[in-house]
Design a protein around this ligand. Sequence first.
Ligand SMILES: [Cu+2]
Length: 129
Amino acid sequence: MKTLGPLRFAFSVAGAAALMLAAGPAFAHAKLLSEVPAAEDSTAAQPAPLTEIRLVFSETLNLAFSKVLVTDSTGKEVALGAAALDPNDSKVLVVPLTGTLPAGEYKVDWTAVSDDGHKSTGAYVFKAQ
Ligand SMILES: [Cu+2]
C-alpha cells in the first residue's frame, strides 16, 4: 500500500509556514516611522512654532500604555499635555507641548505598545530654534 505520509508532512509544513506568514503583521511591534519635531539628523522641515510631538508608528497603538517623555539638555522634564491618538489614524501618537520650548536640544523617549500588547521603546534628539 502506498503511503502519503511524507507528502502530508510536506503539506503541513507548508501550511504552518503560510499560517506564520499570515499571522506576521499581527505580531509586528510598533516601529517609529516618522516624527515631529524632526530628529536633528533628519532633513525634514521643522514646524515653527513647535506645538506638539507627533510620532507616526507602523502599528495601531494602545494609548493606555503608550507614552512620551521629553527632557531638555540638562535632563529636566518638559511639561506635556495628555497624549492622544490621532482621531484619523490610530498609528499616530500626539502629545501637545504646553508652552514654548526655549531654543536648545531635547530628547524624546517614547514607549509604544501596539494592539497585540507588545512594547517597543526608542529615543531621538531634536533641536528647537
Ligand atoms: Cu508585537
